[in-house]
Design a protein around this ligand. Structure first.
Ligand SMILES: [Zn+2]
Length: 388
């Protein structure tokens, strides 16, 4: 670290360090975006995991690939520190994206008016690049890393994190805190609360009959399902943060058949663990209006909410303190989307999310990050790694 003087605080020196390397950060992000990595393409995920392993090993990290049968592999990197009295900080992210292979051709990675565009640039390849660059900086500033660091990058976050979740949770339990490199919220804020997410399917089994010859003999699964959906609508309590969305509907075979089967896929969001239990119970106790129809509810709350616990608030206070040293008022936000931060926060491990890139259009054709935001994001991450 260059020493402070009257005009430049150490924090400003750090900001300048990253400003001078802004082009290199952008270059790292571009390299990552240009290795496409959809959640369902194992060879692509293996390619980006290998690419990242090399980068982390060059920084002195020990890499470990966690193989997974049905999904892509997950990458763990450990950095030792002479200060082994400190628990590691866990830097959490994902390298899968929602875009199918070949998207890059129609949505190339390019700079336009201070924005870097491309598939996954915001969610969350810029976050991974920030991890690499922040660790590199800490190594440059300190002779040795000031504390142990664990990086865990998963390959299945966009499809529910089923293979990576147990590892994420085990690593979190060994850590002093978790920093999640998902995109920032609006106004570059970090995320101190996330809703929990559940996915359910409601299936109705009715009795088929000929719609013309025997309409009275049938018990329509579709009519029953429609009545159930009207009940579901009443479970919404937006003011309390509970939403229930019947998002995918199917049923019936032909217009002249009273439908024997119908089903609806439902997305559930909740703000607290208590609401999670409540909505789960209400869904499971649905009863058919037509006694000849059977209903069956499957699914569960997959991600419990990330609640703004005292531990989360303390991490945010730390982050705000680091930001204030360069005159930046770092905001916080509660958001509706879930992330792997929900798992770690759900275990009671202090978690701060939204530490990654600043931009818009995640999962959409116009996805981008603001390049000028990168230096202070890197500064914030480096400072948090030191002080969590
Ligand atoms: Zn993400």
């Amino acid at each position: 670290m260059p020493s402070a003087n009257a005009l430049h605080s150490p924090a400003h020196d750090r900001l300048r360090y990253f400003e001078q390397r802004q082009g290199q950060i952008v270059e790292t992000i571009r390299q990552l975006v240009e290795v496409e990595s959809p959640s369902d393409d194992k060879p692509s995920l293996a390619r980006i995991a290998a690419f990242l392993s090399e980068k982390f090993e060059a920084l002195g990290g020990k890499t470990q690939i966690h193989r997974s049968a049905g999904f892509g592999d997950n990458l763990q990197v450990s950095f030792d520190s002479p200060d082994s009295s400190r628990k590691p900080v866990l830097l959490l992210g994902h390298y899968d994206t929602v875009y199918p292979l070949g998207t890059l051709a129609a949505m190339p990675c390019k700079i336009e008016n201070g924005k870097l565009r491309g598939p996954g640039v915001l969610d969350m390849k810029s976050g991974i690049a920030l991890i690499l660059r922040a660790i590199e900086a800490l190594k440059a500033w300190h002779e040795k890393l000031p504390r142990p660091i664990t990086v865990f990058l998963v390959s299945d976050e966009e499809i529910g994190s089923y293979s990576s979740r147990p590892i994420t949770e085990a690593l979190a339990k060994k850590s002093a805190g978790v920093l999640v490199l998902e995109p920032a919220a609006g106004h570059a804020a970090v995320k101190t609360a996330r809703k929990g997410v559940g996915e359910y399917t409601l299936r109705v089994q009715g009795i088929a009959s000929h719609a013309g010859l025997d309409p009275g003999k049938g018990h329509s699964a579709i009519v029953e399902l429609a009545r159930q959906i009207a009940v579901l609508a009443k479970f919404n309590n937006l003011r309390q943060g509970v939403s229930v969305n019947p998002g995918v509907l199917s049923g019936g075979t032909r217009t002249n058949v009273v439908a024997a089967e119908a089903s609806v896929g439902i997305d559930v969001r909740i703000r607290s663990a208590k609401q999670a239990a409540g909505i789960d119970r209400r869904l499971r106790s649905l009863k058919p209006f037509d006694k000849r129809c059977k209903i069956e509810v499957s699914g569960k709350i997959n991600r419990l909410p990330m609640e703004r616990t005292a531990g989360v608030a303390a991490l945010y206070a730390k982050a705000r303190g680091i930001a204030s040293q360069i005159g930046w008022k770092l905001g916080e936000a509660a958001v509706g989307g879930g992330s792997d931060g929900n798992f770690t926060a759900g275990l009671g491990i202090p978690t701060l999310d939204g530490m990654g890139g600043v931009g818009d259009g995640a999962h959409a054709i116009h996805e981008f990050i603001e390049i000028a935001e990168l230096p202070r994001r890197a500064l914030l991450l480096a400072g948090m790694i030191e002080s969590v």
